[in-house]
Design a protein around this ligand. Structure first.
Ligand code: DX5
Ligand code: ZN
Length: 216
C-alpha cells in the first residue's frame, strides 16, 4: 500500500516544511490538487507551485487536475516536474488524447472519475494508463465524508485489471481515514490519498502510521 498525503490541507505558507515532514514520516507520493474554480468550485494552485516543490522532495509528485480541458495545461505540469498527471473523464471530450499527451511527455498518466460517474467512462483508456483514481468524495474541498458506494467501483477496476492483465495502480481520494481505508484496501485499492486526516492532526507522522495499521 502507498500513502499519498494531499497538500491541500497543508499550511500553504509552509509548504516545504509540510512536504518534508510527510516524506520523513514515510509517505510514498505527494498528492497535489489543482483546481480552477470552474470544474470544481474552488481555486488552488498551478504549475509554478509544482515547480517550486520539485526540488524539495524525492517523492513522486502525483498531480490531480480538476480543471476544464486539462490538455491545455498538461505540458506545463510535465515541465514543472509532475511524475503523475491525472485527468478527469468529466473534464474533457478528448480523454484519450489527453492520456496520449501525458504519455508522450514521458509522464505517468492517470484518469479519474467522480463518485457519480460510471467506470464505463474510462473503460477504453484503461489499457494505456498507469493510474486509475476513484473519487470517494465530490471533488473541490478537503475534509468531506467518504462515500462508501464507491467501493463497488474499486472492485470493478480491480477485476478489469486482473482479467486483462493491466498494470495500473488504483488510487482513492477523499474522506480517507483510519475508519474508511480498510474497505478501500479490501476492494482492491493500492494508493490512498489523505489530506485532512494527515495534515489537520497534531502529529501527521502518527496519522500516516495509523492509516497503515488500519489496513494491516
Ligand atoms: C478533493 C481533493 C482531495 C482532498 C482530499 O477534491 O481531490 O485530494 O485533498 O482531502 P481529504 O482527505 O481531507 O478528504
Ligand atoms: Zn485529489
Amino acid at each position: 500500500m502507498k500513502i499519498a498525503p494531499s497538500i491541500l490541507s497543508a499550511d500553504f505558507a509552509n509548504l516545504e516544511r509540510d512536504v518534508v515532514l510527510v516524506e520523513k514520516a514515510g509517505a510514498d507520493y505527494i498528492h497535489i490538487d489543482v483546481m480552477d474554480g470552474q470544474f470544481v468550485p474552488n481555486i488552488t494552485l498551478g504549475p509554478n507551485i509544482v515547480a517550486a516543490l520539485r526540488p524539495v522532495t524525492k517523492l513522486p509528485l502525483d498531480v490531480h487536475l480538476m480543471i476544464v480541458e486539462p490538455e491545455r495545461y498538461i505540458e506545463d505540469f510535465a515541465k514543472a516536474g509532475a511524475d503523475f498527471i491525472v485527468i478527469h473523464a468529466e473534464s474533457t471530450p478528448h480523454l484519450h488524447r489527453g492520456v496520449q499527451m501525458i504519455k508522450d511527455l514521458g509522464v505517468k498518466a492517470g484518469v479519474v472519475i467522480n463518485p457519480g460517474t460510471p467506470v464505463s467512462a474510462i473503460e477504453h483508456v484503461l489499457s494505456m494508463v498507469d493510474m486509475v483514481l476513484l473519487m470517494t468524495v465530490n471533488p473541490g474541498f478537503g475534509g468531506q465524508s467518504f462515500i462508501p458506494e464507491v467501493t463497488d467501483k474499486i472492485a470493478q477496476v480491480a477485476a478489469i485489471r486482473e482479467a486483462k492483465g493491466y498494470h495500473y495502480e488504483i488510487e482513492v481520494d477523499g474522506g480517507v481515514t483510519d475508519q474508511t481505508i480498510k474497505a478501500c484496501a479490501d476492494a482492491g485499492a493500492d494508493v490512498f490519498v489523505a489530506g485532512s486526516f494527515v495534515y489537520a492532526a497534531e502529529n501527521p507522522a502518527e496519522r500516516i502510521q495509523a492509516l497503515r495499521d488500519a489496513v494491516n
